[in-house]
Design a binder for this molecule. Structure first.
Ligand SMILES: Cc1ncc(COP(=O)(O)O)c(C=O)c1O
Length: 395
């Protein structure tokens, strides 16, 4: 599907629909009059097949307790196998009401208060929250921006694990923000270090469906022919890929039977919620019918990225745009023409944009902002125009 067709068919106005992204600007940013290009959801309707499946269920009219049928697992396994070569068995799977919920469950289930947990900033800020909220010890191995490509210093990663006696690593793969798709070589180096120091790994792979060009996603349990699968707690979802996050459904995959037993034991005591019927119906329909839609969306994202990159390169040579190997959430580095502490005033006060600030993903990244490109091109154009116009006024 070409870009214009996708946009014409699926663009939808979200203001005044109780949208966190559009209708909580005053509360989150102190200014209701901003153009929102922050939080990771979209201005696009879900694939037709999802809307049809949900409509059918809604029209049925009875919303009693329900279970997740075997066909759901067949569909999910097909998606994982056809896209990533990962044949997921039903018995390894557990439903979750969201990826972030699963992070809290894992942390409670597999670690104790005071245990050290490592993450690799700049990284999705709920990773910091789950560690702090549950009184674990936060350990970081900051990534380095090598000319727009964020890379992990593996020596630093190992050193931080060793000196803090780290018990758990939260891997974000593909990585949000910064748009990195980890290569299998990089993943193997990380996982080998985790194995050497007996560190358990949560693999948050919610962005698995967004990779571009030669960059391919490798599910962590497949790395090195499955060598590390026994220490991996995988969680992914269709929610980022198909704009379903409000339906609260995600997939946990645990291959290791003993870790699964521990999880079930924990869940038996602490996770007593039923399933959200609409969440798993939408997910199944998305995996069954959403392929063409997803390809169309990815073309929109790449075109938006191309616009962002070329316009900024032409008008503001001091801005660096990170490479987009995956996700739809690139960072741009504004430190070439602004002091880090002035970025907020420029972006929010002058350009009137709501973005995710670099420092939300790690102290060292003040001066960067993260933009959400899964949107109508007119919003990306408007955001870039405002940045360029305000930049010219500064000069
Ligand atoms: C890396 C990552 N994990 C988890 C989430 C949120 O997942 P959920 O809405 O299922 O809690 C996001 C949303 O942007 C994300 O980027």
């Amino acid at each position: 599907m070409d870009i214009q067709t996708f946009v014409d068919r699926y663009y939808v106005e979200r203001k005044n629909t109780n949208s966190t992204k559009w209708d909580l600007l005053e509360e989150r940013f102190g200014d209701a009059d901003l153009l929102p290009i922050w939080v990771a959801d979209m201005e696009f309707k879900a694939p037709d097949g999802v809307i049809e499946a949900l409509t059918e269920r809604v029209q049925h009219g009875a919303y009693g307790y329900s279970f997740i049928p075997d066909t759901y697992y067949d569909t999910y396994s097909n998606w994982m196998e056809s896209r990533f070569g990962y044949k997921v068995e039903k018995e390894w799977c557990r439903p979750a009401t969201g990826v972030v919920s699963a992070l809290y469950w894992f942390m409670n289930c597999y670690t104790e208060e005071g245990d050290a947990v490592i993450i690799t900033p700049p990284v999705y800020y709920p990773f910091f929250n789950v560690i702090k909220d549950l009184d674990r010890k936060l350990v970081t191995a900051d990534m380095t921006d090598n000319d727009g490509r964020f890379e992990l210093d593996f020596d630093l990663f190992e050193q931080r694990i060793e000196e803090n006696d780290v018990k758990l690593f939260i891997l974000c793969s593909p990585h949000n923000p910064a748009g990195r798709v980890w290569t299998e070589v990089e993943l193997e180096r990380m996982l080998a270090i985790c194995e050497k120091h007996d560190v358990l790994v949560i693999a948050d792979e919610i962005h698995q469906d967004f990779t571009y060009g030669e960059h391919a996603h490798t599910p962590a349990p497949l790395v090195a022919d499955g060598k590390y699968a026994d220490r991996i707690l995988l969680v992914n979802a269709a929610s980022k890929s198909f704009n379903l996050p409000g339906l609260l459904h995600a997939n946990i995959v645990i291959q290791n039977a003993e870790l699964r037993r521990q999880f079930d034991n924990y869940a038996g005591q602490h996770i007593k919620s039923e399933k959200n019927i609409l969440g798993h119906i939408a997910t199944q329909a998305a995996y069954e019918t959403g392929e063409e839609w997803l390809d169309g969306l990815k073309s929109v994202i790449l075109s938006n990225f191309d616009y962002l990159k070329t316009q900024l390169a032409e008008h503001i040579p001091e801005v660096k745009v990170c490479k987009l190997e995956g996700t739809y959430l690139p960072m741009i580095d504004l430190r070439g023409f602004l002091a880090p502490e002035d970025v907020k005033d420029f972006i929010q006060g002058k350009c009137k944009l709501a973005v995710d600030y670099g420092e939300w993903f790690g102290d060292a990244y003040q001066g960067y902002v993260r933009l959400n490109l899964a949107t109508h091109p007119k919003f990306v154009e408007e955001a870039v125009n405002r940045i360029v116009t305000e930049y010219k006024k500064l000069k």
